[in-house]
Design a protein around this ligand. Structure first.
Ligand code: HEC
Length: 77
């Protein structure tokens, strides 16, 4: 997932296990796709807002990809 590697990897790690930001390995079982879109668009606390960095369709692609991560196991990038 190129978008993830470019924009998110530095804080959430290549395998989604987290670094500055929390692990996203099971995010699909915590947040809906719409909640993921909102979080990436608007950010929260230490999480930057991406609405000026990424297009809406890019944010949707990322949110959909993240929503498929429902349990911690091998990484599928
Ligand atoms: C500068 C570091 C940084 C970058 C870059 C970053 N994040 Fe985050 N992210 C964070 C931090 C810190 C939090 C925790 C925010 C909080 O506690 O409210 C977070 C939280 C999140 C959450 C909510 C996690 C949860 O369990 O509530 C999601 C989803 C998320 N980030 C996705 C992304 C995506 C997708 C990208 C790339 C487009 C990204 N982040 C880029 C730092 C970052």
């Amino acid at each position: 997932m190129t978008l993830y590697k470019k924009q998110c990897l530095s804080c959430h790690a290549a395998d989604l296990s987290g670094r500055v930001g929390p692990s996203l390995q099971e995010i699909g079982s915590k947040m809906s796709e719409q909640q993921l879109i909102n979080t990436v668009q608007d950010g929260s606390k230490g999480m930057p807002a991406f609405k000026k960095v990424l297009r809406a369709d890019e944010i949707e692609t990322l949110a959909h990809w993240l929503s498929t991560h429902t349990q911690a196991e091998g990484d599928d990038q």
